[in-house]
Design a protein around this ligand. Structure first.
Ligand code: GLC
Length: 415
């Protein structure tokens, strides 16, 4: 769906149509603010604006917690000690992929049941938890959920092409609690479920009172922010934003995806899709032959960084062309994402009077050459002399530590 009126469209500077000029950034920011309002007030439009029941931490939260991070690529369990002075320590950690690279298991297939998936999660927790210690557990579950309370969240639908059966429409906390009970892990009490964006924001805000936006630029893409009128962090599920200028390649990728019509912004910006977009363009433009989803964001990053990319299956000239396309795609991704941040800033601080830290986690922001710089450049271009008030900052592994902070905030409330 191309929702941008013909007369507002910028002239294309690239034959592929990936350029997002400054006026387009401004238009997207406006539309995004508007969609935030619609989602909050009318509960309609592309942004789900899901409550988290959490506000920002004080930095004094303390204790020993288990955090479980389930995001779409890996399952990571950590024992986290919050020290109460904005500092923390990760005492133990274990991480396993959701899809075994040697093909032994794949927890994302529709042939895997919810019971199998959550039993696997409980096994990872059992491997780390001390039998004699009582823990509160914070669970980062990075998918759109109807949050009913801090510790109750129902999966609305899978995103990021996950298909595991019997989880959509279910309460994720119950599935985990049942799996823990079956393994005899009575000493581990799940007290909080959060989105990874919320975890990223909580981690940054534990140290930095100016942090009020949290975002993931990785396999998936989404942003949360602290909504002043609710004194609550709101998970926007911004990957579903769809008022965007799209190309034929975006339409094609969407059509072939697991959930056509959904997560349109995510399909244009996130790591899971960037390689595939580059492939689709290369196939159409130069007749390159590569199977679907054979090019991933890591491959694209290698190509862009000029590292050895001989394993990507590209021949001679194609390598340089796909690199060009990759560069255009990541610039477009960064500019679209920055436009949505501008939309949030316009809502929470219309005159831009205060400082804001945008906490970012995810492989694209951290590792893709030029990505973070392109976000910052787009923000600077749009904000002009006010640009120094807005900082983006890597909040590494924020979703794991953030789950521990959420568990501490939940305990404060329950006790
Ligand atoms: C997807 C999920 C969202 C998550 C994001 C980043 O967009 O729907 O909940 O925050 O990926 O992992």
């Amino acid at each position: 769906m191309d929702l941008m009126p013909e007369n507002e469209k910028p002239a294309d500077h690239t034959p592929i149509g990936l350029n997002v000029a400054a006026p387009v950034v401004a238009a997207i920011a406006r539309d995004f603010s508007q969609a935030m309002e619609e989602g909050l007030v009318k509960k309609s439009g592309p942004l789900k604006m899901l409550p988290s029941f959490l506000t920002r931490p004080s930095g004094r939260e303390k204790g020993l917690f288990i955090s479980l991070d389930f995001g779409g690529t890996n399952i990571r369990v950590q024992v986290v000690k919050l020290e109460g002075n904005g500092q923390w320590q990760i005492l133990k950690m274990q991480s396993l992929p959701l899809r075994d690279p040697r093909g032994q298991y794949d927890l994302t297939l529709s042939t895997t049941s919810a019971e199998e998936l959550f039993a696997f999660l409980a096994d990872q927790i059992a491997a780390l938890a001390d039998k004699e210690t009582r823990y509160s557990l914070g669970h980062t579950f990075s998918f759109p959920c109807n949050q009913i309370a801090i510790n109750r969240a129902e999966l609305i639908q899978w995103t990021k092409e996950i298909r595991t059966a019997g989880v959509e429409g279910q309460e994720v906390g119950l599935l985990l609690a049942e799996a823990l009970a079956r393994k005899g892990l009575q000493n581990v009490r799940p007290v909080a479920i959060i989105n990874d964006t919320v975890g990223t924001l909580l981690t940054a805000a534990y140290l930095d009172p100016c942090a009020d936006i949290g975002t993931i630029c990785g396999t998936g893409h989404n942003t949360c922010y602290w909504e002043p009128s609710l004194n609550q962090i709101v998970n926007m599920e911004s990957g579903n934003f769809d008022r965007l200028p799209v190309t034929i390649y975006d339409l094609e990728l969407d059509k072939e995806s697991e959930k056509p019509g959904k997560q349109r912004l995510e399909k244009m910006v996130a790591g899971h899709y960037l390689g595939e977009l580059a492939r689709l363009i290369a196939v159409k433009q130069f007749g390159t032959f590569l199977p679907p989803y054979s090019l991933d964001a890591k491959g694209l990053a290698q190509l862009i960084a000029g590292e050895d990319s001989s394993l990507l299956g590209l021949q001679g000239q194609e390598t340089a062309r796909v690199k060009e396309i990759g560069l255009e795609l990541i610039t477009r991704s960064a500019r679209l994402v920055a436009a949505t941040f501008l939309g949030v800033l316009a809502r929470i601080d219309p005159g831009l009077e205060s400082r804001h830290t945008i906490a970012v986690d995810g492989s694209l922001y951290e590792k893709m050459p030029g990505y973070a710089a392109a976000i910052n450049k787009t923000l600077a271009e749009a904000l002009g002399e006010k640009a120094p008030l807005v900082t983006t900052k890597l909040s590494k592994d924020g979703s794991g530590v953030g789950a521990a902070i959420a568990a501490a905030l939940a305990e404060e409330r329950f006790l």
